[in-house]
Design a protein around this ligand. Structure first.
Ligand code: SF4
Length: 382
């Protein structure tokens, strides 16, 4: 399960069962305790040893002494009229990230997320009650995308695998009986592939059959385009983890303006990496394209995007940008968005308009965690 070249767990809370066995063995405890502890954490969402009622007192005390504790707690919950719930999650050092619970199936509209067993992402009545959780992977983000609140704030630190897992388990608890956690998208605050070791360990923990047991195919990693890590993800999970790639422009110059990462991994290199990604049969990649008025929304840009993606097994999600104060960037008018979509569809690309669920609670990437913080926004577009 764990590749031999993967870095070791950085804390007890993020150990896989085989690592727990080793720890438990070294402590002179019977091996079966390893699975008991793993299940407490990953099935019941309990990290506090004091609550692990079927463990002997001496083991609970040892776990507490060794630092096993809750990595995070819910600081605030914001509910949107469309059923979206946004949780502000506070980590042990008081840093805050956000996670969003997005219900599926309430309206027959297209949606951004790769849905388990539903390759094209179209929401239908069969998904009623299913919830996709949008997960953060870093506190802030180093990538500096021009249209993103997290990028404006910069990177504060990486999240640990335990914090990422805890965020998911807190989300499941917040759902209660109101829905079923059916998929995860690493599309919240942060660039997941910039925190590769922790994110992939979290994926292994969350997919472990003795834990939450979420299928790899129900998890989507969304990247701004870190080419070496896309190849690494392909190698490590053989394409079983779904990939979403933020393209956001169809020419290199515009993409570099919107996404500084393009200077390091230019568009042609990124598209080549995307074409190498081993997509399982009957699955597709997701291409994200945020539409920004007068920057990347022309029909020529749409035609160029269609050429770029020609022959790729992918669907395209068009996302009219959410306004981020101070950037000077705006969403195009609806008719411009429609024309852009029509060009792609006419070229044979399955293209969906992302419904901006949760607009009233600022569900765009990074916005809630920034709420209340005053930021000096730097943007060449202002
Ligand atoms: S869009 Fe994603 S990669 Fe870009 S700055 Fe925001 S969080 Fe980072």
């Amino acid at each position: 399960m764990l590749r031999t070249d993967a870095p070791p767990a950085s804390s007890l809370a993020e150990q896989l069962p085989e690592e727990w066995e080793q720890t438990i063995h070294e402590w002179g405890e019977p091996r079966y305790r390893a699975l008991q502890i793993f299940r407490w954490i990953h099935q019941r969402g309990v990290f506090d040893p004091g609550l692990m009622s079927d463990l002997p007192k001496r083991l609970r005390e040892r776990l507490a002494q060794e630092g096993l504790a809750e990595p995070a707690r819910i600081a605030e919950t914001h509910a949107s009229a469309d059923g979206t719930q946004k949780l502000l999650v506070e980590l042990a050092d008081q840093k805050r990230v956000e996670t969003v619970l997005i219900p599926r199936g309430s309206v027959a509209s297209e949606d951004i997320f790769a849905v388990p067993g539903d390759d094209d992402g179209v929401v239908g009545s069969s998904h009623t009650g299913e919830v996709t959780q949008c997960v953060s992977s870093q506190v802030g983000c180093a990538m500096g995308c021009a249209f993103c609140a997290s990028g404006i704030a910069g990177l504060k630190r990486n999240m640990s695998a335990a914090e990422i897992v805890s965020q998911v388990l807190l989300g499941r608890t917040a759902l209660g009986d109101s829905g079923r956690l059916a998929g995860l998208v690493f599309m919240g605050m942060g660039e997941p592939l910039h925190n590769y070791a922790a994110v992939t360990r979290a994926i292994r923990l969350l997919s472990h059959p003795e834990g939450l047991g979420m299928s790899l195919r129900r998890m989507t990693v969304s990247t701004s385009g870190l080419v070496p890590e896309i190849d690494r993800l392909a190698r490590d999970f053989q394409g079983q983890v779904q990939l979403a790639v933020s393209v956001h422009a169809s020419d290199t110059a515009t993409r570099s303006r919107l996404m500084p990462v393009n200077k390091k991994y230019p568009l042609p290199e990124l598209i080549a990496a995307v074409r190498r990604y081993p997509v399982p049969r009957r699955r597709r990649l997701t291409i994200e394209y945020t539409l920004v008025r007068d920057i990347n929304d022309s029909q020529e840009a749409a035609r160029e995007l269609a050429r770029l993606l020609d022959g790729l097994r992918a669907k395209v999600n068009l996302i009219p940008m959410n306004p981020v104060a101070g950037t000077g960037l705006q969403a195009p008018d609806d008719d411009v968005v429609e024309r852009f979509q029509r060009v792609l569809r006419d070229a044979g690309l399955d293209t969906f308009l992302r419904k901006r669920k949760g607009d009233d609670i600022a569900a765009a990437c990074g916005q809630l965690a920034l709420h209340g913080e005053s930021r000096k926004v730097k943007s060449e577009f202002v």
